[in-house]
Design a protein around this ligand. Structure first.
Ligand code: BGC
Length: 400
């Protein structure tokens, strides 16, 4: 984890926090009236105790000064609890800080907490936020199934919940869901492999292996299925061969999305199956797992370097793309997701209409949660400049 932590700290010190509107998917956005939970809030707020001092994990390296931002459209007011899974992965640092800064710009007080990837810590932090009288919660769950009880308390206290990036399952306390189109992330990865190997015309066979994400993260199945659905016909006809035989989500999942776990499994598979043979593709669901696989390739593999896919455009992975060690990633602009989330919170707090553009995809077991899906974008060494540098997401020096 140390490498990823270092990379997180490096990035946080350099990411410019720009406000950005949602891209393509915003155009199809609609609205629904606020949910009853939001409307019932007012009475429970009166008795709220004063907020305790914030207890974030050790702060990362100094944040870069913010680039010029437009003034917020309307000033809000009230306290918002923001619960992020961990500081160990770059993206949750960015997400947390983007949401906090944008909420503060809109006039809210923010209690931002990171839970060290520990479910009990996340539950305790959310409980504190409820006890401290927050008016709304934004939660990126560590484990999608484990927050039912604590969010039940939030609901009883009249506090609305925005499920952030990962859908929280099995509770009717979730008001809205803000995320990217997770299935599309997988199809972008699968389509890249299909096109690069020209699977419709080439004879093959090509060897492929898969690495997916954390089984406790509801997104992980969407990513895997999106990619697998594109590639399955070629596996079925024998043009793509999985020599390890591991090709179900359960078999290729990676607990906590940990680079080290992905690396250990990849080293085993490479040693057992690819000592005298080339591997053509390693389909990884995200950058932290791709990073582990890339380390494994360097450590134990001598054949032709395979296509490796990823997601997030983490600094270390963009560097690897530029060095030819990772073919592509999927860019999810966390500034965009943060600003959609802030719009949702603002609407909840004011009892107005929140932006949504999907009312059918994400059922958390208690019904479909009204969602806003941002658009994930293909990234590689050819378009990273326009995507990441010109947009101010990274500076060139971040990637050196
Ligand atoms: C996010 C990904 C991220 C992964 C690991 C998922 O829920 O959607 O962007 O790579 O978690 O943190």
């Amino acid at each position: 984890m140390t490498g990823k932590l270092v990379k997180s700290l490096l990035c946080i010190s350099t990411v410019a926090l720009l406000l950005a509107g949602c891209g393509k998917s915003e155009e199809v956005g609609g609205t629904i009236p606020p949910q009853p939970v939001a409307r019932e809030r007012a009475s429970s707020e009166a008795a709220a105790p004063a907020a305790e001092e914030k207890k974030e994990e050790a702060a990362p390296a100094a944040e870069a000064p913010k680039a010029e931002e437009p003034a917020p459209a309307a000033s809000g007011g009230g306290n918002v609890g923001v619960s992020m899974p961990t500081k160990d992965l770059q993206r949750w640092n960015q997400d947390g800080i983007n949401i906090r800064d944008q909420l503060q710009e809109a006039g809210y007080e923010v209690d931002l907490q990171f839970a060290s990837n520990d479910v009990q810590t996340q539950i305790a932090q959310i409980e504190n936020m409820i006890n401290n009288g927050c008016g709304c919660l934004v939660v990126a769950a560590i484990d999608s199934e484990s927050l039912g009880d604590v969010l039940g308390k939030a609901k009883s206290a009249g506090i609305s919940v925005v499920s952030y990036d990962r859908l929280i399952m099995g509770t009717d306390a979730v008001t809205y869901y803000a995320t990217f189109d997770n299935y599309k992330v997988g199809t972008v990865q699968g389509t890249y492999v299909k096109d690069t190997l020209d699977l419709d015309n080439a004879d093959g066979p090509f060897n492929i292996e898969f690495t997916a994400g954390d089984p406790g993260d509801n997104n992980a199945g969407f990513f895997f299925n999106g990619a697998y659905d594109v590639l399955k016909p070629y596996i079925d006809e024998g043009k793509l061969v999985v020599k390890s035989g591991e090709q179900t989500f359960e078999a290729v999942a990676t607990a906590a999305w940990a680079s080290e776990t992905a690396q250990a499994r990849a080293e085993k598979i490479l040693t057992a199956n690819y000592s005298g043979e080339d591997l053509d593709v390693w389909l990884c669901s995200n950058d932290s797992t791709a990073f582990g696989v890339e380390n494994a390739l360097e450590a134990v593999y001598k054949g032709k370097y395979p296509i490796v896919t990823g997601q997030d455009c983490d600094v270390a992975n963009v560097k690897n793309m530029l060095a030819g060690k990772q073919a592509m990633s999927v860019f999810k602009d966390t500034r965009t997701l943060a600003s959609k989330t802030v719009e949702m919170v603002d609407a909840i707090m004011k009892g107005s209409e929140a932006p949504i553009n999907d009312t059918k995809t994400y059922d958390n077991g208690t019904g479909v949660i009204p969602s806003f899906l941002c658009d994930p974008v293909f990234a590689d060494a050819n378009n990273y400049k326009a995507l990441l540098i010109d947009s101010g997401y990274y500076s060139e020096s971040d990637l050196q």
